[in-house]
Design a protein around this ligand. Structure first.
Ligand SMILES: NC(=O)c1ccc[n+]([C@@H]2O[C@H](COP(=O)([O-])OP(=O)(O)OC[C@H]3O[C@@H](n4cnc5c(N)ncnc54)[C@H](O)[C@@H]3O)[C@@H](O)[C@H]2O)c1
Length: 383
């Protein structure tokens, strides 16, 4: 079994651990969090043998082969550097870093060190997203004219919703676009095989001041029980709309929001091609809509027997046994650990899992989006 350590045990760390356990290839032997006490309590809760209060201690754990970085954004670059310097394979949460410069540096470090490097863009791992990408690849969609969609959530709707992501020093200078818009861009670039080359963005902050509960809060905890609040100035966007130009000349657009009441985690996309359209909604993940002009439209379901052979193994159960977000996470870990087992990154273009290259690419797009909003003009993505 491959020996793994996980740094950061808030919302997403335990999701990694659950997915890792479902691969059957991996043993999570150690956790790391802000103190020995916190790490050991979480390790006991999740039945993991060791808990460490510092990254250095975790990296010194005997026999450790792979480390997952599940910490808040501002720590990603430094911890990713440490993991690579220790010669361990690295699987990082997004964003890869806080700035495009750091992203470039991390890609170089990962490539030079020869470690396997993965980035947690999970939405490309859904069976029906893989099917959409396969249909584009095999020509079923024809020439792509247009791509549109969005990613809407409501967990930042209220003035009293607050999280470290709001603070630019901890989350980065972009919030909604970096946090969830990056997922949308990665998914659409994966499905279409096209690169976003120019962007025109209009972003907004709907709560210029938010009320943070004294004592802080974890991600997606919902509701507010705290009695005392402090005012926090907000510079990071709650929503945004972006026009896109792709490298094949096709166009697109998407909307991102963390303040859309009733929308929980609704990543949607539609691809319009000369032969058909494809549409997908993450909240109904087992269905792919295929739109036609001259015959009735279709809903394809995630039955492995109905999927294209090159992606059928991404659905693990018979059709109708609905697979969703945790299953996409499992797919992502299976792809990554196959590469760890062979010691080789997948060939470029195969895109079995997102790498540091893809993580850096999303950073460059989000950076261009912020520049576009600030300068109120089209900006070329600097890669
Ligand atoms: N891929 C996805 O779909 C997805 C979904 C959610 C979150 N994320 C990403 O995961 C990351 C973490 O988000 P979250 O929602 O789990 O945050 P969170 O605040 O719930 O958890 C962060 C954890 O990191 C720990 N931590 C903080 N500083 C640390 C340090 N110096 N050393 C070790 N541990 C430390 C915290 O104590 C906490 O346990 C973010 O970068 C976010 O963008 C990705």
């Amino acid at each position: 079994m491959i020996q793994v350590g996980v740094i950061g045990t808030g919302f997403i760390g335990p999701a990694h651990i659950e997915a890792l356990r479902r691969t059957g290839m991996v043993e999570v032997v150690a956790l790391c969090d802000v103190s020995d006490e916190a790490a050991q309590a979480k390790a006991a809760e999740l039945n993991i043998p060791h808990g460490y209060g510092s990254v250095e201690q975790l990296l010194a754990h005997p026999g450790l082969q792979v480390v997952h970085n599940c910490t808040p954004n501002h720590l990603h670059a430094a911890i990713n550097r440490q993991i690579i310097a220790a010669g361990k394979h690295v699987f990082s949460e997004k964003p890869l870093s806080m700035t495009p410069e750091e992203a470039r540096e991390l890609v170089t470090l990962a490539e030079q060190s020869g470690v396997i490097h993965g980035l947690s863009f999970v939405y490309r791992q859904f069976a029906m997203v893989q099917q959409a990408a396969s249909m584009v690849r095999n020509g079923s969609v024809g020439r792509i004219f247009s791509t549109q969609g969005g990613y809407l959530q409501d967990w930042m709707l209220l003035e009293t919703d607050y999280n470290w992501r709001v603070d630019a020093a901890l989350g980065g200078r972009s919030r909604a676009l970096a946090d969830i818009g990056s997922h949308w861009c990665d998914t659409l670039q994966f499905v279409t095989g096209r690169r976003i080359v120019e962007v025109m963005a209009d972003l907004s902050v709907v709560w210029p001041t938010r009320k943070a509960s004294v004592g802080g809060g974890q991600t997606f905890t919902g509701g507010q029980t705290a009695q005392r609040f402090e005012d926090k100035a907000v510079t990071t966007e709650d929503r945004g709309a972006v026009l896109l130009r792709f490298d094949d000349g096709s166009k697109g657009s998407f909307t991102v929001s963390q303040v859309s009441a009733g929308r929980k985690n609704q990543l949607t996309f539609e691809v319009n091609g000369s032969d058909c359209s494809l549409g997908w909604d993450q909240e109904v993940p087992q269905r792919l809509w295929i739109g036609h002009r001259q015959q009735p439209n279709q809903w394809l379901s995630d039955d492995p027997g109905l999927l294209n052979p090159d992606v059928a193994d991404r659905a693990h159960f018979p059709g109708g046994h609905i697979e969703g977000w945790p299953d996409a996470f499992k797919n992502m870990m299976i792809q990554f650990y196959r590469a760890v087992a062979t010691g080789k990154m997948p060939a470029t273009g195969q895109a079995s899992f997102a790498s540091f290259h893809d993580g850096a690419d999303a950073m460059y797009i989000v950076d261009a989006i912020v520049e576009s909003h600030q300068q109120q003009r089209w900006i070329t993505v600097a890669r």
